[in-house]
Design a protein around this ligand. Structure first.
Ligand code: GBH
Length: 465
């Protein structure tokens, strides 16, 4: 793919799924309601210096109490699908044992309200809010956590399986492992390459165990969601056919193995890439990988969800040590690029999405793909009841055109979910970064549809642009 369509009509395949995504800790608030236990994000955000402005998810968008209004907004936008996550500590306040009925009842009501509105629920079981009690026992560095996760998955299926067809085990295990245990920018804030690699393995093991539990209970569709990106050299960002030296190609290959193949090769092919095994050898070994684990992790799944925001840009960096979030990245330089950026400072490169989708559909031909997150933060303001977020609208339009190009090039892309429905708690960045197509006033909890939401409604109704 060398050219990007920039205008003209594009129509998506019949039955293409259009929706929006959120995550429990980022929107629910009600952190102590109805028996919810503390999660690692409650602990982390209460620790001075970890989250910008000391923000926490204590109140967030108060979605726990306002879910009916929020579903009405989704219906107004014409969404076919809503991807949300379940807060594990609402279901098992200490991460194991009997289910908390009040916690289950909330997701029960939410699912029923969605179904009444004609919106398909896409349930994610883990979007980073691990029960703190499990972290106290080692968190994802402990093998037991994988088994606790599978128990919890079975509880959720048991309660919602009669109405929910679309199940996701994990959201972005790379982030959980390498930002949570590697560079410590996310909860639980630990900083050890060995712990991060062990966490990555136990997340995968939990995924495999949960996928099998869901499958044997009768789940219709099972998905693993990864944060992925094409790995490009700086020159390739603006010129896909730019020449790449052998040393730069080696750097891109290594970063691709650490970011994407580290999770998708085990889950879909039943093995780790060489680069990951090398990373483990250099960081305390592979004793945590037991006989039989790879078969468990390789449990059949139906879809891979891709969260794409920007490309990963690297070049050869002779002699450089590994980045704390990237064990095994010795000799790789993470580069900056010439491109406009969002409020997160992330470069805007829509063509990266088509490259990524085409490559993944070639590398993993037996599984369908879905864009489960794509979106951008900008400094939005409400003026006379409107939010003129032209930059977000352009970002979304560019990425939808890129997604369509990928379909034309043969990628088996089933749907697109915008991140996010609502402005929300943006993890270490707190409330200062707004990703929603719906604006949230955190003083009044007023919701205002941004121009991008009005535009997206139109895209959905036309199944294209
Ligand atoms: C997603 O994470 C989350 O699923 C969602 O909850 C979140 O709100 C949303 O995106 C917006 O952030 O090159 O080492 O600096 C996105 C995670 C963030 C992962 C940027 C890769 C760069 C890693 N991505 N990150 S590094």
């Amino acid at each position: 793919i060398t050219t990007m369509e920039t205008r003209g009509t594009v129509v998506f395949p019949e039955n293409f799924v259009w929706g929006a995504a959120t995550a429990s800790y980022q929107i629910e608030g009600a952190a102590k309601a109805d028996g919810r236990g503390p999660s690692i994000w409650d602990t982390f955000s209460a620790t001075p210096g970890k989250v910008r402005e000391g923000d926490t998810g204590e109140v967030a968008c108060d979605h726990y109490h306002r879910y009916r209004d929020d579903v009405a907004l989704m219906k107004d936008l014409g969404l076919n699908a809503y991807r949300f996550s379940v807060a594990w500590p609402r279901i098992q306040p200490t991460g194991s044992g009997a289910a908390n009925q009040a916690g289950l009842a909330f997701y029960d009501r939410l699912v029923d309200t969605l179904l009444e509105a004609g919106i398909a629920p896409y349930v994610t079981l883990y979007h980073w809010d691990l029960p703190q009690a499990l972290e106290d026992l080692g968190g994802w560095t402990s093998r037991d956590t994988s088994y606790r996760f599978a128990d919890y998955a079975a509880i959720m299926y048991d309660r919602l399986g009669d109405r929910v067809s679309h199940w996701t085990t994990l959201n972005e295990p790379w982030v959980s492992a390498f930002l949570g245990y590697g560079n410590g920018v996310h909860a639980p804030g630990r900083t050890s390459a060995h712990d991060a690699l062990r966490a990555a393995h136990h997340l995968l093991l939990g995924h495999g165990l949960a996928a099998s539990a869901l499958r044997s209970a009768g789940a219709e569709e099972i998905m693993l969601v990864v944060n992925s990106a094409p790995v490009l050299t700086p020159a390739q960002v603006n010129d896909p056919s730019a020449a790449v030296s052998e040393a730069d190609a080696a750097a891109t290959q290594r970063a691709h193995a650490l970011l994407t193949r580290q999770f998708l090769d085990p889950a879909l092919l039943g093995r780790y890439p060489e680069e990951v095994l090398e990373a483990a050898e250099r960081n305390g070994g592979t004793a945590h990988v037991l006989d039989g684990d790879m078969e468990i992790i390789n449990a059949p799944i139906d879809l891979v969800g891709i969260n794409y925001y920007n490309p990963c840009v690297v070049e050869d960096g002779p002699g450089l040590p590994a980045d704390a979030a990237w064990p095994g990245s010795e000799g790789v330089r993470f580069a900056t690029v010439e491109a406009p950026v969002t409020a997160m400072g992330w470069p805007i490169v829509p063509s990266g999405l088509s490259r990524l989708l085409v490559r993944l559909s070639q590398d993993y031909p037996r599984v369908g793909l879905m864009v489960t997150e794509n979106g951008a933060a900008f400094d939005d303001v409400v003026e006379d009841g409107r939010v003129h977020d032209d930059a977000r609208l352009a970002y979304l339009e560019g990425h939808l055109r890129a997604a369509h190009e990928a379909i034309e090039a043969g990628a088996d892309l089933r749907g697109y979910l915008v991140w996010s429905l609502l402005d929300n708690f943006e993890w270490a960045e707190g409330y200062g970064r707004r990703f929603g197509v719906v604006h949230v006033d955190y003083t009044t909890q007023a919701r205002t549809l941004k121009d991008s939401a009005l535009w997206y409604r139109n895209v959905i109704s036309r199944n294209g642009l």
